[in-house]
Design a protein around this ligand. Structure first.
Ligand code: NAI
Ligand code: MG
Length: 354
């Protein structure tokens, strides 16, 4: 039975880097003829919004539910407010399909120098809670345009939500022979939600993985440690907001957004998971054909790992590493002059050569 992949390129460089990922997919099918893949491309984006008044059709989630996985590019366009693009496209997919794990590997790559003087041999992963937390639409504002104008934005944390993300991090730690979980917190100042986070993180670990060491670090200190001693981390677990910030920082210390993939996972596999680069639509370079496609192609690799083909994941990652190690073809963000297409082609050639 064919594996069905839904592809949403989105806006800006999302469309450009997705073309390269689709090219890689073609080569993968040639590499392994037993692999049956059925792909459909959905044009849901800001352009779609400007035409139809919504980011995606009413039955979009029902349509996506029929796929095994979703490969997503990026969205964001100056003509549509950012909260509309995010809340009408990415958020509904993450929430509907209970993709409560946002998994982001942070790994030093050959041929890529870190902006940190001590930036070698970094290798950890971030498990960001992806379904609740600070990114809620609960709250509001009153007294608009009056002196007493005010707003409240609520954080929603549930015991089950925390247990699930911590359990997913522990499962990963066991499977990958890791010994330590680092939890990011701010329970000294955010005394309701973050104390609750600490309490249930600790309880979950004690119950499911008593052998794993748990360290809990305040987010403000943790960002400094990411810079000062990034080699000390193995598995970092974080709330939605903290995980978002930590993963962009993590991405920066190993070479930047152009290289960083992510996975929005529903571990129970009741629904499709979604794979996307950490970066956005990069309006500053969109249309120039110079975006780095590696984050997108690596996200495709994570997709294969998730659908039970770790061999294909390894093949793609090895090809990326080979091209970077040779250092001949590099896009501008990593110090070269190659175009998006040239970078994509180099990775395809590396796959063919293996
Ligand atoms: P961004 O990630 O789009 O860009 C930040 C910087 O990194 C820019 O200088 C950009 O040129 C560079 N960059 C990003 N990806 C690159 C790549 N593959 N190759 C080379 N350089 C790359 O973040 P920004 O500027 O904060 O947001 C731009 C738009 O993207 C906004 O509309 C925002 O809402 C949206 N966005 C969407 C996301 C998504 O689709 N999941 C995630 C983050 C932002
Ligand atoms: Mg982010």
């Amino acid at each position: 039975k064919a594996t069905r992949i839904a592809i949403i390129p989105g806006d800006g460089i999302g469309k450009e880097v997705m073309e390269e990922a689709i090219k890689v997919l073609g080569y993968i099918e040639e590499y392994d003829s037993t692999l049956q893949i059925e792909v459909k491309i959905f044009p849901w984006s800001s352009d779609y919004y400007l035409k139809h008044g919504q980011m995606m059709p009413d039955d979009a989630l029902e349509t996506l539910a029929q796929y095994n996985a979703i490969l997503f590019g990026a969205i964001g366009d100056a003509r549509v407010p950012d909260d509309v693009t995010v809340w009408e496209l990415i958020m509904p997919i993450r929430k509907q399909f209970q993709q409560y794990v946002n998994f982001r590997p942070i790994k030093s790559l050959p041929g890529i120098s870190s902006p940190l003087a001590n930036g070698g041999d970094i290798d950890f992963v971030i498990f960001r809670e992806n379904a609740e937390g600070e990114y809620s639409n609960s709250g509001g504002r009153i007294y608009n345009n009056q002196p007493q104008e005010m707003t409240i934005q609520n954080t929603v944390m549930t015991r089950i939500g925390i247990e699930k993300i911590v359990r997913a991090a522990c499962d990963y730690a066991h499977k990958n022979h890791k010994t330590k979980i680092t939890s990011s917190t701010k329970s000294n100042a955010i005394i309701h939600s973050m104390k609750f986070w600490d309490e249930h993180t600790k309880k979950t670990l004690a119950k499911t993985s008593p052998k794993l060491q748990l360290e809990s670090i305040y987010i403000d200190a943790l960002v400094a440690y990411f810079v000062e001693r990034p080699q000390d981390f193995e598995v970092v677990v974080a709330s939605n907001l903290f995980g978002d910030i930590l993963s962009d920082l993590g991405s920066a210390i190993v070479g930047g957004l152009g290289l960083s993939p992510s996975a929005n996972i529903n571990p129970e596999r009741e629904y499709p998971s979604m794979f996307e680069p950490v970066h956005g639509s990069a309006p500053d370079i969109a249309g120039k054909g110079i975006a780095n496609p590696i984050a997108q192609i690596w996200s495709l690799a994570l997709l294969f790992g998730h659908i039970g083909r770790p061999d294909v994941e390894e093949l793609i990652v090895t090809a990326i590493e080979k091209v970077l190690r040779e250092g001949i073809v590099k896009t501008a963000d990593i110090g070269g002059r190659a175009t998006t297409k040239e970078m994509g082609n180099a990775i395809c050639e590396a796959i063919v050569a293996m």
